[in-house]
Design a protein around this ligand. Structure first.
Ligand code: SAM
Length: 275
């Protein structure tokens, strides 16, 4: 890579937070996940990653990614030839962790992100990058033209950055074009949206979340017949996942759960079955 700087817009820059989270995690003795490619990308990109050092949110991003990984693996176990669409993929490496050798995979993000992503990843017969906004309609045509259902849509740390009306339209469109599909998404409640200038990681970048969602059940209200299959806070992760976390993380999450901080309790990881 000749130009090592990442030329990214404000919301796009946020991809560097979970990227760094996975790279830092990889260096730990006891890690939730290992991601050598994230380490390689962090080393290749000229950016002040040190501003995120020691932030609690980095661990949060890793736990979120691990849960989304579990949901995608479960989907591919039930549907080995299914299609996974990463919405707002950033420099995500879920394919490297969860691919089963048979799935069809799409990675969608804004043009400057896909340009950066192309420096590290290549399209293959089963894996395609799509440049565009999730709020535009055209990406759905690319997916239906090349990928057979059933479909899993993974929108990790993306939709809260959109306006509520756009989120609603995006989810309604996915439900209409891909009936019966699964959608994993995170939601941030109003107190998180109101206090994000003081958020440990977001406070260090320009982008701000816009969609406040106090109750993920709202989402299924937008798509009659949809079902909220799972909703978890980081302090209320699925038992099986919690049990395999390093002891240090289990202790930290137990203490955090007792504190019942709105910034933690209002952040939810959700799995929705669209109608
Ligand atoms: C916090 S990052 C998360 C990246 C990735 N999902 C991960 O977990 O590593 C947010 C991502 O959403 C993308 N994004 C924001 N608005 C978008 C839009 N309208 N369409 C597609 N992607 C978008 C950003 O470019 C960025 O890559």
């Amino acid at each position: 890579m000749t130009d090592r700087r990442a030329h990214l817009g404000a919301v796009q820059e946020t991809l560097l937070i979970p990227l760094y989270g996975r790279a830092v995690e990889t260096r730990k003795d006891q890690a939730v996940l290992r991601d050598a490619k994230a380490e390689e990308m962090v080393a290749s990109i000229d950016y002040d990653f040190a501003r995120f050092d020691n932030l609690p949110s980095l661990i949060g991003t890793v736990l979120r990614t691990a849960l989304f990984d579990d949901w995608v693996r479960a989907f591919l176990s039930d549907n080995p030839y299914g299609t996974v669409v990463e919405i707002g993929t950033g420099l995500n490496t879920r394919f490297e962790r969860a691919d089963n050798g048979r799935a069809r995979w799409f990675d969608l993000d804004l043009p400057d992100v896909i340009e950066l992503r192309r420096k590290f990843f290549r399209d293959t017969s089963r894996r395609t990058m799509i440049s565009g906004s999730v709020a535009d309609v055209s990406w759905t045509g690319t997916v239906t033209a090349h990928g057979d259902g059933p479909y899993f849509f993974s929108a990790e740390a993306v939709l809260p950055f959109l306006d509520a009306s756009d989120v609603r339209q995006v989810i309604a469109r996915i439900a209409e074009r891909f009936p019966g599909s699964l959608l994993a998404l995170d939601t941030a409640g109003p107190e998180i949206i109101d206090s994000q200038d003081r958020h440990d990681a977001l406070g260090k970048v320009q982008a701000r979340m816009r969609w406040a969602c106090g109750d993920p059940a709202e989402i299924v209200g937008w798509v009659p017949g949809g079902r909220l299959l799972a909703t978890h806070t980081l302090t209320g992760l699925p038992r099986a996942m919690f049990d395999r976390l390093p002891a240090e993380y289990q202790g930290m999450l137990t203490v955090l759960a007792e504190q019942r901080m709105p910034q933690v309790e209002q952040y939810r990881l959700n799995l929705v079955r669209l109608p």
